[in-house]
Design a protein around this ligand. Sequence first.
Ligand SMILES: NC(=O)c1ccc[n+]([C@@H]2O[C@H](COP(=O)([O-])OP(=O)(O)OC[C@H]3O[C@@H](n4cnc5c(N)ncnc54)[C@H](O)[C@@H]3O)[C@@H](O)[C@H]2O)c1
Length: 361
Amino acid sequence: MAEPLKVSVKKVREVTYEALKLMGVDADLASRSADTLNTADKRGVDTHGVARLRFYDKAIKEGEINLKPNVKLVKETPVSALFDCDNGIGVGTADIVNEKAMELAKKNGIGLAVARGGHHFGAAGHYTIKASSQNLIGVSASPALLLVAPVGGTQKLLGNSPNSIAFPAGHKTLPMMLDMASTTVAGGKIEMAIRKGEKLKPGWALDAQGNSTENPFEVIDVTTLSMAGSLEPMAGPKGYCLIVMFELLSGILPGAATGLKIVGSGGGLGYYFLAIDPSIIRPIDELKTDLDEYFTTIKNSPRREGVNEIFLPGEIEHNIAADREKNGYVLGKAVAKEALAIFKNYNAIDQDATIYDLFKE
Ligand SMILES: NC(=O)c1ccc[n+]([C@@H]2O[C@H](COP(=O)([O-])OP(=O)(O)OC[C@H]3O[C@@H](n4cnc5c(N)ncnc54)[C@H](O)[C@@H]3O)[C@@H](O)[C@H]2O)c1
């Protein structure tokens, strides 16, 4: 059996960037997009890194993504901004909008930046980690392609509202950070099950008739790479209600496309980014002292039998990131082959090249 494909985080970012350039994404947006995707790869969110290239390539070929968008600031106040992202690649344009929220928060204490004309914005946590690393509280959300039917309904009219909240780190403790889909799992986990030949867990997804299924092929049509079935909201009706409320903030508030007005796999989606400078409430040093105490109290609290460690939100991914940055990691071969196919399709690598050639340092 061939060797596992050992890669560095840096090399995966390089391959991601080059692939986006081959697809025709302009250099600045390709660089921002590669950073967004690489944050996910680094943190072990393997569904939303280099594994997404095939999805963007298809969206570009189908004309959903504008390769040379004119990202416009439509309206600005001291604490808010509305953008029109002109249907540019979501993982790149969302980064511009998030940076505006952070800039306003640093200047005026709070920054709310929302957008229309977006596309799939990747892992919601990429944006809040950036805010948290600059001692801001970050909140992010966006709808997603149509994946979910309302509770009691049969028609997919909703996305799964990926959302994230991150706080700055304490003096001694890690930043606490939630990053999740509002369905039981992200759609990317159905794709990963197909790549790995695994079954779905109960409660993840429904087939086209709305019945529970553990067969990923009944949820994703692999010939068209589209959703045949649907995803189940997390926590039943509460997850559904959360999806709706995040769609109001990130889709309806900025005047973006929602429901049947979304084009294909994400054309016209909205974004929501809120950044807060906590020093408008109280001194940051004081906050960090309390964050340390909060973190360690939970971390060191009594554990259930068989549990070795209690984790705070984002801690598992933080530990993976520290390890992957230092030691590299093993990239799944199915994902690597998808990336290689892109390079071959654009004639950017020898037709005999292997995944080992593509990811060679
Ligand atoms: N752009 C899109 O359309 C879209 C749609 C859906 C999801 N996503 C992204 O997909 C990614 C995966 O989403 P998901 O819902 O499958 O995430 P997940 O279920 O793997 O993790 C959700 C959260 O739970 C925390 N967590 C998990 N296990 C824990 C434990 N034992 N103790 C403490 N905390 C724990 C994690 O730190 C994370 O913050 C996210 O980055 C999300 O933003 C994007």
